[in-house]
Design a protein. Structure first.
Length: 331
């Protein structure tokens, strides 16, 4: 009886530690999903009120609006438009997904050289991830070409075209750590069947940026005019930008080496490189809801995902070495 009682107490304490860790992470984690903004149905905000930008989820998104030409010309906008079929410049405010991530309504839009800021975080933040996709304008331009742009791949599909988003972090005006590159389209493969244009929401890891107080988004394309200016429409769409305000929350060396694969995963997610001793593992959604839990003393284990629907999830790993959180996609 004594053994069972102690075992029960140890398990209870371990579970309490896991949930306490999750609560601490949840308190520090912010998710910008733009649902704190309002729009009329099938509309957008483009800065025509000359406010200079908007705030969502504690992040300031600057905006530049040209009143002479009645045009959004820099920074960010937001939209709930769903048009995935109309080509051309009259449809610059539609994501090609037709909605925000997870069928939510509102999503963000960015132009080349746009830079968001964290005005309420003097010590900066740790960016974690963002969902990115193309706009309808960009997809149809790259597919079919238009009055300025060529169809990607050219007539025979062999042109090595590309459309690249580069994400750079800054702190006190200085570029910090690594940049993150994400190809919105890539036609550089030897096998043309591997060429692609991004048409769905894609998860992008921002943790390599480190601690920052602003983030800049730059677009570049293989399709340029004689002056070196992009012919590809310089827009992208984004949603569910996640960042952590606890800039001291860095995984321990032992747990930082844990690998989760494959990612995305369909039925099984393997964890490898767990530290010595007991590891408590909990899978949650982005709202902190616990979905799967298990304990292991091995340096590797597997999580069976059959009961999870497709989407983004977090694996929380807690041991005597510390804590770590790993993101993964369930297909």
């Amino acid at each position: 009886m004594k053994h069972n009682y102690l075992t029960t107490k140890i398990k209870a304490l371990a579970l309490t530690l896991v949930f306490t860790t999750i609560a601490m992470c949840a308190n520090a984690q912010e998710v910008v999903d733009f649902e704190d903004l309002t729009l009329e149905e099938d509309s957008y905000w483009n800065g025509s009120d000359e406010s200079g930008g908007f705030t969502s989820g504690g992040v300031f998104f600057p905006n530049g609006y040209n009143t002479e030409w009645d045009f959004w010309n820099s920074g960010f906008a937001y939209s709930n438009k769903t048009d995935t079929t109309t080509p051309g410049h009259e449809n610059i405010f539609s994501a090609f997904t037709g909605s925000g991530y997870g069928d939510t309504d509102i999503y963000g839009l960015g132009k080349n050289n746009s830079q968001l800021k964290f005005p309420d975080q003097p010590n900066g933040v740790n960016p974690e991830s963002i969902l990115i996709t193309n706009t309808t304008f960009a997809v149809l331009s790259m597919r079919e070409g238009d009055q300025f742009a060529k169809p990607f791949g050219g007539e025979d599909g062999n042109d090595p075209d590309w459309f690249l988003l580069t994400i750079t972090g800054f702190r006190n005006g200085q570029e910090v750590n690594e940049t993150v590159e994400f190809y919105l389209a890539d036609y550089r493969f030897e096998d043309n069947s591997e060429n692609y244009i991004v048409e769905d929401w894609e998860w992008v890891d921002l943790e390599p940026l480190g601690t920052v107080d602003s983030i800049r988004f730059n677009l570049a394309s293989s399709d340029v005019n004689d002056e070196g200016q992009m012919n590809t429409p310089d827009f992208f769409a984004f949603d569910h930008f996640t960042y952590n305000t606890d800039v001291t929350s860095i995984a321990s060396k032992d747990l930082a080496t844990v690998k989760a694969y494959p990612n995305p995963a369909s039925e099984v997610l393997y964890l490898q490189g767990l530290p010595q001793g007991t590891s408590n593992i909990l899978v949650t959604d982005f709202n902190g809801k616990a979905l799967l839990s298990q304990t292991t003393e091995d340096n590797s284990t597997q999580l069976y995902l059959n009961d999870l629907t497709g989407g983004l999830y977090l694996v929380h790993i807690t041991s005597t070495s510390g804590t770590n959180v790993i993101k993964f996609v369930k297909q």
